[in-house]
Design a protein around this ligand. Structure first.
Ligand code: SAH
Length: 221
């Protein structure tokens, strides 16, 4: 069965509604909202769920993973306090949606993913969007990307069982790291902010539900 493609006007309306929802929930940074507005989420969702691309909900993608809820993407991106010159490390590219949003707000984004299939699909999307400031790596993001460290900002999009020490060590002294932290199905979204002299403060932003950060690379494709 083939579905009639959505009329562009309807797509625009749905996107506008989504942006309003995010703003009403506290994603107020105009640059973050503009980056989300310019990133076609329907390019990142699987065919089965295309129709739901503009809903404010997480959706299943391949390899048993999920594309994050737009509100959470907005909240985490806003919490990073990005600057146009920033070099950013992302752990867990997944569909590449969050990566694409980060790329519109930073100089360079390094992203690590443990599923080859997901990474290849994400790379194709970056190409089609002409996002040339994203550098990808197939590997275990729990270890970060030591060869490219230190980073101005680090974003983890899978739940770390505990404080992600190896990643904090790859952060610049005044950098910011945002990560869901916790072992259970519900985690705390934490923002670590460097104090410039080797220490950092931790703020808990809210409770979230992420797939877990897993050690090693996936053996399946
Ligand atoms: N931001 C993504 C979220 C994907 S879900 C999106 O919106 O599409 C989290 C991703 O983290 C999954 O793709 C999962 O495979 C990946 N992941 C989990 N543990 C990892 C690890 N140790 N290294 C790299 N990626 C990891």
């Amino acid at each position: 069965m083939t579905r009639k493609p959505r009329e562009p006007a309807e797509r625009e309306t749905r996107l506008a509604r989504l942006i309003l929802t995010l703003r009403s929930q506290g994603v107020t940074d105009p640059a973050v909202l503009a980056a989300i507005e310019r990133t076609p989420r329907d390019l990142f969702t699987p065919d089965l769920f295309k129709d739901r691309s503009w809903e404010d909900s997480a959706l299943p993608i391949a390899c048993g993973q999920t594309i994050s809820q737009p509100y959470i993407v907005g909240l985490m991106t806003q919490a990073l306090t990005l600057e146009p010159r920033a070099r950013v490390l992302e752990i867990g590219a997944g569909s590449g949606y969050q990566t694409a949003v980060l790329a519109r707000l930073s100089r360079l984004v390094y992203t690590v993913e443990r599923y080859r299939t997901l990474l290849r699909e994400a790379e194709a999307r970056f190409q089609s969007l002409q996002l040339t400031n994203i550098i990808t790596k197939f590997g275990d993001g729990m270890l970060g990307w030591p060869e490219q460290a230190p980073f101005d900002r680090i974003l983890v999009t899978a739940a770390a069982p505990e404080e992600p020490k190896p990643l904090l060590e790859q952060l610049k002294p005044s950098g910011v790291l945002v990560a869901p932290v916790g072992k259970g199905p519900i985690q705390k979204l934490c923002r670590y902010a460097g104090d410039g002299v080797g220490g950092f403060s931790v703020d808990i932003l809210c409770e979230v539900r992420f797939v877990p950060l897993l050690e090693g690379v996936a053996r399946e494709l």
